[in-house]
Design a protein around this ligand. Sequence first.
Ligand SMILES: Nc1nc2c(ncn2[C@@H]2O[C@H](COP(=O)(O)OP(=O)(O)OP(=O)(O)O)[C@@H](O)[C@H]2O)c(=O)[nH]1
Ligand SMILES: [K+]
Ligand SMILES: [Mg+2]
Length: 429
Amino acid sequence: MDTIFAQATARGKAGVAVIRISGPGARPAGQGLAGALPPSRRAGLRRLTSSSGVLLDEALVLFFPEGSSFTGEDIVELHCHGGQATIAAILRELGQMEGLRLAEPGEFTRRALQNGCLDLSQVEGLSDLLDAETEAQRKQALRIFSGSLAERIEAWRGKLIRAAALLAVVIDFSDEEVPEDVRPEVLPLIRGVLDDLGREIQGVGAAERIREGFEVAIVGPPNAGKSTLLNALAGREAAITSEHAGTTRDVIEVRMDLAGLPVTFLDTAGLRETVDAIETIGIKRAVERARAADLRVFLQDDLGAPLFLEPGPGDILVLGKADLRDTRGFAVSGETGAGLETLISRITSVLETRAGAAGTATRERHRQAMGRARIAIEAAQARLESGLELVELAAEDLNSAIRSLESVVGRIDVETVLDEIFGSFCLGK
Ligand SMILES: Nc1nc2c(ncn2[C@@H]2O[C@H](COP(=O)(O)OP(=O)(O)OP(=O)(O)O)[C@@H](O)[C@H]2O)c(=O)[nH]1
Ligand SMILES: [K+]
Ligand SMILES: [Mg+2]
């Protein structure tokens, strides 16, 4: 196995930079640079020198031995000064050492996965954690990274293995006398898993929105003040505004953080009947994007006017230019900021409710694997409900469901399933 190294912190000038070395050559490489390494997992201040005796830096050095490091291999960390020349000099020195090479992107994490320090879902969680920009994203990513999905999978797997083992008893006795009917125990077990899976599959959509961001489209007639409203929400001149009806043509996106939820606001072309070819294209885009958005804010001149688009559940209808109106209804003004707080809190509350449906699974990959498992378990359930004749097929269905679930965490070894089934049940053969 190669020994790899890379700068773990972001590129650019900084107070401190961390360089990580992982693999069988990490310890000798660290010793070559720093002399004697500090005791395991304890920081020690060392002078880093090149093989030709040139002082490179003074750095904090840490050693994480194989088995208790991020990658599972020996790791040496150098917390050096964050100047570009310092980092370059140390990386150059490491590159000249026998058996060491620069890591490829994600290679430390890949090794952690290979060595069983992280499962596949945790690797996904780690990648989300590094991408997290809002509080909801951070919490969701950290939950997966700390293994919560793996725990759920393990619990379902345990129940399905127990169910399959009970069926195995029936299969074994089927040639001799009438076997005990294990269905009163098996069916509730698999029903419980089906209920959980149903909820988790339902929640993936919400979890994906938290990962990728919700889209909120601002729609309405030309000159309603949509772009002015977007700019007020963004706190900057993101979109061109003018007194000319039909100013906005392209969809303008502004990314924001609403109470920890990532939200992209879309400003769109004003909706109306028009013969202008370019405006027509803009309106088509507006309608498409607004339909696909999670939520629409209909900014209106008067509430009776045509909407050009069917409002969905949770959508918000609001009058614009509140400063020019004498209304006791809900109105906003991008110009003065009137009603903005109320609008934001309404949007937030709709999105928070939706985000609340998120479970533990966060990705399409998870949904597909859980979906396959659900189909297989439902097949087993149907076979068992019709009697015990199809018990072998039902057991096969359960094993296939177990494999699908295991694929979520990257463990797809069937032998372990068989081992557990026959390890916990002595059939006396
Ligand atoms: N008094 C007042 N004027 C506003 C308000 N919002 C926008 N306006 C004015 O109304 C005109 C149209 O504003 P825009 O923000 O460009 O309207 P729009 O809905 O984006 O228009 P299109 O992109 O053409 O569909 C501009 O002259 C704005 O200054 C408001 O809240 N109060
Ligand atoms: K306008
Ligand atoms: Mg506009």
